[in-house]
Design a protein around this ligand. Structure first.
Ligand SMILES: NC(=O)c1ccc[n+]([C@@H]2O[C@H](COP(=O)([O-])OP(=O)(O)OC[C@H]3O[C@@H](n4cnc5c(N)ncnc54)[C@H](O)[C@@H]3O)[C@@H](O)[C@H]2O)c1
Length: 388
């Protein structure tokens, strides 16, 4: 059997180290680079230690752990990488720094080396022109932590060559991951479609609803966590930054407008679990002391009409967002559903959910919301009519 080709990974932080581990586990020699002296070596050491721990716990063979760790090589700089099948960058989320890196990679790697960015928020079309042969530049958006999360969004820029997308999709599958295809659109699939999950709950709480009751309503619909407790876990600052980035990149579309409620939390340092206080207040053992909902209140809210019902509102908005993404040709319906179930753990994909509820019913819920809150946030996607 031929040896697998070398994979380059730039950035040895949380994502880069995880991606390096995934590629090495799949059998590739992996070269890891970081701008901070010694960081790539330390990341290789951390990966080896965690693999040894897995072996000691009986989760993998000891010789396999040793073999995977032996495939990792720290390298001094991106320009010194050997020729690679693909180079994936997971460096700081800064366009200028990424442009400088792609310029180097474009010069130093063979013309058919795929150059991938793990960016969460930058456009592939903004990054690609920095590299010679920009048709080989694409996004490979892994989820955190990469060894555990199955989903990878394979992002095409305007000039990404179809053959590059094919090769990258195949590679991701060979790595045991589930690829979904998406255009380079703000937030890609997961970070775009998920926005109203948080936004609707925040709006309802700002209007006086109890956070614990809203969260309990969404859990009753099958979500593992309610939106408010989930943002406390993610970090209110991190969640606000993603939402604000999508809002800015969509010319401040009211659908993604950050809420004053969340901005105030962040302004007050109430960032969630990591600061002991966010929407909820956390005891030293991590339990939320004020997250108890009276079941009678939950029942009352679930029986409310569209405007007062967090499940109806949230589902209508999630379905609308997903349908619009598909309608714009940015992703296929099966990929959207796969991305949302694997990337966020939703109990059902929003397209399948919309079909179940009925797309015209979703449209009617949105019309009611639009009448109650004019301004464009709740405008129904025109595609809701044609899908029905
Ligand atoms: N953390 C997440 O949940 C997550 C999820 C998906 C995508 N991403 C994206 O992945 C990328 C990395 O995120 P992270 O959380 O791993 O960050 P991180 O801060 O943990 O790691 C970044 C690493 O890159 C190194 N670095 C910075 N500039 C560099 C350069 N010019 N050359 C080489 N190395 C450089 C830093 O020293 C650091 O070790 C970002 O683009 C981020 O948007 C993050």
């Amino acid at each position: 059997m031929n040896a697998l080709p070398t994979v380059g990974v730039i950035g040895a932080g949380a994502m880069g180290a995880g991606i390096a581990q995934v590629a090495a586990t799949a059998g590739h020699p992996v070269c890891l680079v970081d701008a901070v002296e010694g960081a790539a070596e330390r990341a290789c050491g951390r990966i080896a230690t965690s693999l040894q721990k897995r072996a000691a716990a009986g989760k993998m063979a000891a010789d396999e752990a040793t073999a995977i760790a032996a495939r990792l090589t720290p390298i001094g700089s991106a320009a010194e990488l050997p020729p690679c099948a693909v180079v994936i960058e997971a460096i700081v989320e800064d366009l200028d720094v990424k442009l400088a890196l792609f310029e180097v990679l474009g010069r130093s790697q063979p013309a058919d080396t795929m150059l991938a960015t793990n960016t969460s928020s930058l456009s592939i079309d903004a990054i690609a022109p920095a590299a010679a042969h920009p048709g080989r530049v694409l996004g490979l958006h892994f989820f955190n932590p990469p060894p555990a999360m199955k989903l990878v969004e394979v992002i095409r820029g305007q000039v990404t060559h179809p053959d590059v997308l094919e090769r990258a999709t195949r590679l991701v599958k060979e790595w045991g991951k589930v690829p979904v295809r998406c255009a380079s659109t703000p937030g890609f699939i997961v970070n775009r479609v998920a926005r109203p999950f948080y936004g609707e709950a925040q709006r309802m709480v700002a209007e006086g609803a109890s956070p614990a009751v809203v969260d309990a309503c969404l859990r009753s619909a099958g979500f593992r966590m309610g939106p408010l407790e989930l943002t406390d876990l993610i970090g209110q600052d991190v969640n606000l930054a993603v939402g604000t980035s999508v809002w800015r990149q969509t010319q401040r579309d009211p659908r993604y407008a950050p809420t004053a409620f969340q901005e105030e939390l962040v302004g007050a340092g109430r960032l969630g679990r990591k600061t002991g206080r966010g929407v909820y207040t956390y005891a030293a053992d991590g339990t939320a002391v004020d997250a108890v909902a009276d079941p009678a209140d939950v029942e009352r809210m679930l029986a409310a009409g569209t405007v007062g019902n967090p499940v109806t509102r949230t589902l209508a908005m999630l379905v609308n967002e997903a349908v619009d993404l598909v309608d714009r040709g940015e992703a296929g319906p099966a990929d959207v559903d796969l991305a949302m179930t694997l990337g966020t753990g939703y109990p059902k994909g929003p397209i399948a959910w919309g079909r179940e509820i009925g797309f015209t019913r979703v449209r009617d819920h949105l019309r009611e919301l639009d009448a109650a809150y004019p301004g464009g946030r709740y405008r129904p996607s025109p595609a809701l009519d044609t899908l029905s």
